[in-house]
Ligand binder design. Structure first.
Ligand SMILES: Nc1ncnc2c1ncn2[C@@H]1O[C@H](COP(=O)(O)OP(=O)(O)OP(=O)(O)O)[C@@H](O)[C@H]1O
Ligand SMILES: [Mg+2]
Length: 282
């Protein structure tokens, strides 16, 4: 993918953005014994698809994302991105977490070009990409500022730009907008949808906001379980968001999808099976 409308169509349709998880499990060995954070997660995300992951705290959402990012190894199953098994972090996967992870001693532009430079791309390519993604996130006027001089929303946009500069096939986002005020959050959601329309990147987004999930995603993955309920985290259901046209958070059909997912999330807090009726009633 490429930012600022410079789309390479070959990237949009190719397989580099396909994400396949098969029977993925993660067991942590702790002083109190083994903890099965997640078990048997099987999921396929098509190239260019936006999938949101929701579920109660502790159900393993971040664990799944960290394994896809290559920060942690699974203890069961396999994770494959773009046809290649995940063995560690790589520039094919861009990671945006809640803490922006910016280098405070570097300017906006220096933060953004850090990744492409590390990939040893030619200088001209680095410069063009840096300028393009900074423009995409609307920070051209702030390119020479330091992160500490920017608002939280602007820092989050820098974090996004920094990841986009690597032109990843897959964007992994863990509650990226959680710390932002409502207005900034809404504008970041619009921004992300626009970037996605232009670039066709596969996006896997963890969020606590069901509204955000339904607004952004083609499919919503509802996870349940977790150590606190004594059941490993797992996928409870995958809900396709079939809403035509521009999504309107106030539209009745939008709210109906939200309610269905909310019921599934809350059913999940009782462990598998428990409270599934609530979801059926939605
Ligand atoms: N390094 C670790 N060692 C031991 N247990 C861990 C570790 N990391 C996570 N866990 C456990 O794994 C389970 C899943 O954690 P995870 O952070 O993936 O949940 P989550 O769905 O992202 O929750 P939240 O919504 O609160 O962010 C939790 O029970 C957690 O305590
Ligand atoms: Mg988490």
């Amino acid at each position: 993918m490429s930012a600022a409308g410079v789309v390479d169509p070959a990237r949009v349709v190719d397989e580099s953005g396909r994400v396949v998880l098969e029977g993925v499990g993660k067991r942590y060995d702790t002083v109190r014994g083994p903890v099965d954070a997640v078990a048997d997660v099987t999921l396929e995300i098509a190239p260019g698809e936006v999938a949101a992951v929701v579920g109660a705290s502790g159900c393993g959402k971040s664990t799944v994302l960290r394994m896809l990012a290559g920060f942690e190894r699974p203890t069961a199953g396999s994770l494959v991105v773009g046809g290649r098994p995940v063995r560690g972090p790589g520039p094919d996967r861009g990671v945006v977490f809640q803490d922006y992870g910016l280098f405070p001693w570097l300017t906006v532009a220096e933060n953004v070009r850090w990744g492409p430079r590390r990939q040893r791309l030619p200088r001209g390519v680095v410069r063009r990409r840096t300028e393009a993604v900074i423009e995409t996130v609307g920070l051209t006027r702030f390119a020479d500022r330091f992160p500490g001089e920017l608002s939280g929303g602007m820092q989050q946009r820098v974090a996004l730009a920094r990841v986009l500069a690597n032109e990843p096939a897959v964007l992994l986002m863990d509650e990226p907008f959680g710390a932002l005020d409502a207005l900034t959050r809404t504008s970041m959601q619009h921004e992300l949808r626009r970037i996605h329309r232009e670039a066709g990147t596969t996006i896997l987004l963890v969020t606590h906001s069901i509204e955000e999930a339904v607004y952004l995603a083609d499919r919503v993955v509802v996870m349940a379980g977790g150590a606190s309920v004594g059941v490993p985290g797992h996928v409870r259901e995958v809900v396709a968001v079939d809403l035509a046209g521009e999504r309107d958070v106030n539209a009745p059909d939008f709210n109906a999808v939200e309610r269905r997912i909310a019921a599934l999330v809350h059913a999940g807090t009782d462990g598998p099976g428990g409270g599934a009726d609530a979801a059926d009633r939605a």
